[in-house]
Design a protein around this ligand. Structure first.
Ligand code: CU
Length: 319
């Protein structure tokens, strides 16, 4: 009798040893947008959290611009977002710093949970957006934590409100010149956790009336968000320009449209990436695109990357 009780005791203690300690569950959000989706907050909200080893963070995506939640390993070469780590985790993952974890591109309503099993300070990024970063500080379970969930909820709400207000102001300040269209505008900001970006996903003068023979110039004023100017058929690969696009002496791209059935695609119009000490200087960005319209008509166009967010425009050519 005595021996069977002690055997049961051994079994119970053995089982307890293999059941992981239940950590706390934290909540955070990814991205934010206004009601018509034109103003996009490209940020983790909050982007800095202090938790205990064994805790989990559940992220909820709050925007229709795509984002990933990605923990690369220290020094890992940043992969393209369609590639992932390579590969993707779906729904939940465990991260201890030794193996990369990434979601596929996600949109509004999707969630992803990461459980952190080791102490350390871990950077996380969105593979789609270069200036969208954060950090999770994973402390020993005995260490005090500086903030509770209520603090992070308030921080996320306050930052979302402030960044959307900043975007509204940015939108108000951009006045297109005659025959000029601003192709999105934005700002990169920093805080203690990393970088945030705000991006206006709109052609600032979406309907422009010109005379036949005039040239329209589109300019991207966002620090890192690429856009396209696409008339007619959208190409399979949005990165290069269509074959009927040439390069002006000042580096701007240029095409001619003579019929409403013409297809012209700018390719990515984007600011250059930032230079970094120790790395080769980055090439100039292609920030300007021009089209000369030779004939009368109504010419609808869109950004092939962000038309689902409502990024569309029209050129009306009058005599
Ligand atoms: Cu766009």
């Amino acid at each position: 009798m005595k021996s069977s009780i002690s055997r049961i005791t051994v079994i119970v203690f053995t089982l307890l040893a293999f059941v992981p300690a239940f950590g706390a569950d934290w909540q955070a959000t990814v991205g934010a947008q206004d009601e018509n989706k034109g103003r996009q907050v490209i940020a983790f909200l909050p982007n800095e959290l202090w938790i205990h080893a064994g805790d989990s963070i559940q992220w909820t995506v709050k925007a229709d611009e795509i984002h990933t939640i990605t923990f690369l390993t220290v020094g890992q070469i940043r992969p393209p977002f369609p590639v992932g780590c390579p590969g993707f985790s779906f729904g939940a993952a465990i991260f201890d710093g030794s193996t990369c974890v990434s979601t596929p591109p996600m949109i509004s309503g999707q969630i992803f949970t990461v459980t952190f099993t080791s102490t350390g300070n871990f950077k996380f990024v969105c593979l789609v957006h270069p200036d969208m970063t954060g950090v999770v500080h994973v402390l020993d379970t005995a260490a005090p934590l500086p903030h509770d969930q209520g603090f992070y909820d308030r921080e996320a709400a306050n930052e979302t409100h402030a960044l959307l207000a900043d975007l509204a102001q940015l939108q108000g300040h951009h006045h297109a010149s005659a025959n000029g269209v601003v192709v999105g505008a934005g700002k990169t900001l920093a805080n203690g956790g990393g970088h945030n970006t705000i991006s206006l996903m709109r052609f600032v003068q979406p309907e422009l009336v010109i005379h036949a023979g005039a040239t329209v110039e589109w300019t991207n004023q966002d620090p890192s968000m690429p856009h396209t100017i696409t008339f007619g058929t959208e190409p399979g690969n949005p990165i290069p320009p269509s074959g009927n696009v040439s390069v002006d002496a000042d580096g701007a791209l240029h095409a001619t449209i003579s019929s409403t059935s013409d297809s012209v695609h700018s390719g990515f119009i984007a600011s250059a990436a930032q230079d970094q000490i120790g790395s080769p200087q980055t090439p100039l960005g292609t920030t300007r695109f021009r089209i000369t319209f030779t004939n009368l008509g109504v010419y609808p166009y869109k950004c092939a990357l962000h038309d689902d967010l409502g990024m569309k425009g029209t050129i009306i050519v009058m005599p």
